[in-house]
Design a protein. Sequence first.
Length: 479
Amino acid sequence: MRAARFLILGVVAVAVGLTASVSMAGAGSESVNTDARYTPGRDFEPLEASSPCVGDALGQPFLLPDGYRQQVVAREGDGGALDFWDMNTQNEFGKDAGRYVFRTHELRPTGSQVTVTDLETGATVVLAQRADWEAFDGIVWTPWGTVLAAEEVTPDTNAVPDPDVPDADAGLVYELFVDRDDPTRLDPSREPPSTDDGNEDDVRDGIRARPALGSKAHEGMRFDGRGFHYGITEDDPGSIFRFVPAKDGDLSKGKLQALKTDNGHDRRGSWVTLDDEAARTDAQAAAGSKDANAYDRPEDVETARSTGRDAGRPTLFVALTGTDEVLAIDVSRGAGPFAYDYVYTDSHSSTSQDEPNAESGKFDFPDNLALDRAGNLAITEDPPMNQVGADIWIARPPQDGRSRKPASEVARFASLKDCLAEPTGIYFAASGTQRFTKGTALEGLVSGETLFVDRQHAGLGTALDELVAISPGDEAAGP
């Protein structure tokens, strides 16, 4: 069934480059790392204040500390890329690992797309777009080498439901089966045949909805070392979810679960399994029926199974925008989840015995997250009204060897000069990315030490959204 939809496939790009040293992985395999290390006081001196609203028209949208430079890599209009640039990922392993940057476009009410930029050629193309796709936000490279993109749509904002998943009241996750040799295009042969997965799609076009992951306002998505998928509902109330697939590397069936603790916020808890049929209709309502924890606008999530590393136990980090905090959840095997405050201000009532590590009124509306190789957690802000530029903060892990403790320091790393915009989609580049920029205009400007970030809702200096690469080095560096 293909009612009221269209599909645009990415064009074939030149695929020349070295084979990645990290092979195509399966669920639970070793993840790729990044070369980036952004430690406050060691690698950079924190900014004292946010940027004033001065705008930018010269490709320098961020105020940065000394020793860092920035470069616009791609912008709205390139290769058919539309507005609302949101979250990013790379091809984290497989052939030419690190050569491509994938992103979602949070277009409303319809017509969301996924685009991809080839760092070697500089070309951007549309990988896929459909008329029934709404508000694409989260994106992740799976442990088996596909791309997941997800809709941030609540039941009351679901303008064009997917006709192949008629029971879903809210947003869905879609799996894009990219060509292993050229991931700027889809490979329909990789899509498994139609199965009893709650999806009436009987056309193998390289795209398949994954309703088992729940119908909800999706945003951040990540995997852990066991191949379990984590996500949230970006709403108030919004819960934190885990999906345990019935079969490794197959998201068609499994158990969708939600975090539940005694105090409804942190400490020792459990993953409560949701009714499958109810979760496929409205996962947040299903979580509420099980008295799962309800937070005020959880947004992004991060684990060390993308680029980056956590500094101790396997940890899921969750940005809680409505309460100005980042929650950490120990997801080690064994005793069940243990949640604790990782970044928080004095405006938040915490069960931690440690002092707040972020300043109220300065650290506001945390949104997107990314880990570097030293366990530093980068955090973007998404304030509803910007009197000064929205910031990127770095939370340094505990330095005394203690586990389940708050970040030892939270420092301002960068600030956006465009107060109409927000920084989105932060992502530390995969190790070896510089192999594909050598000899190009991006040589010395994009490498495995780069922090990618989108300038979304651009308005001061330019109205074009942009992908910006921030890297250590002098401004004069480059070819």
